[in-house]
Design a protein around this ligand. Structure first.
Ligand SMILES: Nc1nc2c(c(=O)[nH]1)N[C@H]1C(S)=C(S)[C@@H](COP(=O)(O)O)O[C@H]1N2
Ligand SMILES: [Mo]
Length: 497
């Protein structure tokens, strides 16, 4: 075999790619762990999953939610492992940003330097030839290289497919899971067969990557690890021992990076959230924050049994309110506004504008359901209360004390709250909903009032609201991260992905 003739930038991007792909795989496993079920339907109907990665069985005699279904995966497979969706997502998104940048650089360089020829099939003959190559490999022989090229036919096809098909496929199916993209371009999700199709396909993409990596490594080992790595690093076969040492050392360093990322995330979750979140949030603000929801699903698409997340307030005062159909409930709106207001449920129901929307709900954990929500547009509330110029955020406070009402998870005590910025509050499909599918809002879905923000994942949509405040700063609320989930389970603030 002659020199593989890899330019330096290919060697470097290959190494960077290896680091990032392994980070994407492990953080992806963390994301899967939080809802270890895959569906072909956007209702995510319990029991309808085509595949599950959990043995948990849900009780029949009491209310359970997706938080109960979450799995605790070991750090060996998941980054960082142990029910840390928030941190897993940060690693997934920071890695994907770096991976896409590396990929763009790589593909540009392929074309600039003419190296793309490596991957371009020049005749249909390559397919039967590739099949012959597979048979040759299976008999433990080496197939011939393509004339005048560095690869044999199956290598050329396999590498070309990974670069030009599999990688873009993973990016496209990943993007199809962003609630902001789904809300603004519902046709794009339909293109993939729906949100849960996109999620399942993304999983198949992961499998394809894992299979590719295993075969790739096996081939290199069978074909001569020293020889090939020497060709890769020096372009000649003369330094086999050294190259083996270097490659093993590089692998060792990558393993160390994984261990460091895992240990640091688990030991300093807040710092990890802040540092990775800084990059991820800025990228997201730039790309997705402006998108507004244009969703309007048909009546027929409504999910018969919308999934639930979060358990209702369990205290007597809430139960008494509920028993009287919330006649005694008041919504207080205040803070940095010229005109603080108090509403009864009746006031809201007879509000001049009544807005309905049939939309898909995206839980951050991965499930979806479709429902029609009716309520008062948040932008009209903003107009009525007239926020002061310094008001930048809206703070939604709920009657649910998470420590009290979600005991199985051992969450910190504190009322569930979320902060959104004023821009989001003015989005056309941001509403305070008091009805679901034409009925009064059910208790488990947030009665008497819940927030709907249709470009966001579900955790921002506070249920059981009793108070709304316009604020200029959220640092002094809770632990200062912009919401209960951000404070306690290190989710990223805002939810466009
Ligand atoms: N007060 C409160 N609101 C909440 C939650 C919660 O635990 N408490 N869970 C959030 C999450 S994670 C999701 S996915 C949605 C679920 O809404 P649903 O139960 O109506 O489907 O509510 C959000 N609002
Ligand atoms: Mo959620």
């Amino acid at each position: 075999m002659t020199g593989l003739d890899f330019p330096g930038w290919i060697r470097i991007t290959h190494l960077v790619n290896l680091i990032l792909i392994t980070f994407l795989i492990r953080s992806g496993m963390e994301i899967l762990a939080t809802h270890p079920k895959l569906y072909w339907n956007d209702d995510s109907k319990p029991g309808s999953e085509w595949s599950r990665f959990t043995r948990k069985v849900m009780p029949r005699d009491r209310l359970w939610d997706a938080l109960d279904e979450e799995e605790d995966y070991s750090s060996l497979v998941a980054l960082p492992g142990h029910e840390n969706l928030g941190l897993g997502r940060h690693w997934h998104f920071i890695s994907v940003i770096a991976w896409i940048l590396t990929g763009v650089f790589y593909v540009l360089m392929l074309f600039v330097t003419g190296q793309y020829h490596r991957f371009v099939p020049y005749s249909w003959e390559i397919f039967p030839e590739a099949w012959n190559d597979i048979l040759t490999y299976m008999s433990f022989n080496l197939p011939p290289l393509m004339p005048g090229e560095t690869y044999d036919a199956i290598q050329k096809l396999a590498y070309g497919s990974v670069v030009f098909i599999l990688a873009p496929f993973q990016i496209a199916t990943g993007a199809a899971q962003s609630p902001a993209i789904e809300a603004r371009f519902p046709w794009y999700v339909r293109l993939w067969g729906g949100r849960q199709w996109a999620r399942s396909l993304h999983f198949f993409g992961l499998l394809a990557f894992v299979v590719f990596i295993i075969i790739h490594l096996t081939m290199i080992s069978i074909w001569g690890f020293g020889e090939l790595t020497s060709l890769m690093i020096w372009g000649s076969v003369e330094h086999q021992a050294w190259s083996t040492v270097i490659v093993l050392f590089a692998i060792f360093c990558i393993v160390l990076m994984h261990i460091a990322a895992t240990k640091l995330s688990l030991a300093y979750p807040r710092r990890t959230q802040q540092i990775l979140g800084f990059v991820v949030n800025n990228a997201r603000r730039l790309l997705l924050h402006r998108l507004t929801s244009h969703q309007e699903y048909s009546k027929a698409e409504i999910t018969p049994q919308h999934r639930v997340n979060g358990k209702p307030p369990s205290d007597d005062s809430y139960k008494i309110l509920a028993a009287h159909r919330f006649a005694g409930w008041r919504l207080e709106i205040g803070g940095l506004v010229e005109n603080p207001m108090t509403f009864t449920l009746e006031d809201l129901k007879t509000f001049p504008t009544r807005q309905s929307q049939r939309v898909m709900h995206n839980c951050i954990q991965g499930w979806t359901s479709i429902a029609e929500w009716t309520g008062v547009p948040m932008r009209q509330i903003v107009e009525l209360v007239r926020p002061h110029p310094e008001a930048r955020y809206v703070y939604f406070h709920s009657m649910q004390d998470v420590g009290r009402d979600e005991p199985a998870k051992m969450y910190n005590p504190g009322y569930f709250y979320e902060v959104i910025d004023l821009e989001l509050a003015r989005h056309p499909q941001t509403i305070l909903a008091y009805e679901m599918n034409g009925e009064p809002l059910p208790i488990e879905h947030g009665a008497p009032l819940r927030l709907r923000i249709e470009t966001s994942v579900g955790f921002k949509m506070v249920k059981w609201i009793d108070r709304i405040e316009f604020i200029d700063e959220y640092r002094d609320i809770g632990y200062g991260m912009g919401g209960y989930r951000e404070d306690n389970v290190y989710y990223d603030k805002e939810g466009e992905i």
